[in-house]
Design a binder for this molecule. Structure first.
Ligand code: ZN
Length: 133
């Protein structure tokens, strides 16, 4: 069962420009900046009442985020929903013939288990997130 929106991922060309706008102009709470080498991105995380907004800047031309920006421009890249059991969610979606990117849970950042649903099924790239204990 999905319980809430965990975070929204936004693809940007310039992370510092995004931080300046969302922290200083909109006044969102800035949490941290981190580099995720496996995805070739730098990430800036903000919090609004438990929902995170994550800005993703590519660190290389062959990053999936670089390819996304090239095709579609800057903007919403994915929406992540919180679940208490990502493996169970995957099985349930498979039974409904949903196209998945991850057929099994993979390790996400910050001790989470995640899986992506293919945008062919969900229109926008969709991530399922289970928090670690
Ligand atoms: Zn995400």
């Amino acid at each position: 069962m999905l319980t809430q929106i965990d975070h929204i991922g936004v693809a940007v060309r310039d992370l510092d420009k995004a931080i300046t706008f969302y922290r200083d102009v909109l006044g969102l709470q800035f949490l941290e900046k981190e580099e995720v080498a496996s995805q070739k991105v730098r990430v800036a995380k903000f919090d609004l009442n438990g929902v995170h907004i994550e800005f993703l800047e590519p660190t290389s031309k062959d990053s999936p985020i670089a390819k996304f920006i090239e095709k579609k421009g800057e903007g919403i890249h994915h929406i992540a929903y919180r679940t208490d059991d990502v493996a169970d969610e995957i099985e349930s979606l498979k039974r409904k013939n949903v196209k998945l990117i991850n057929e099994h849970p993979v390790e996400g950042s910050g001790n989470t288990k995640i899986a992506f649903v293919h945008p062919k099924s969900s229109m926008v790239l969709t991530e399922l997130v289970q928090k670690g204990e």
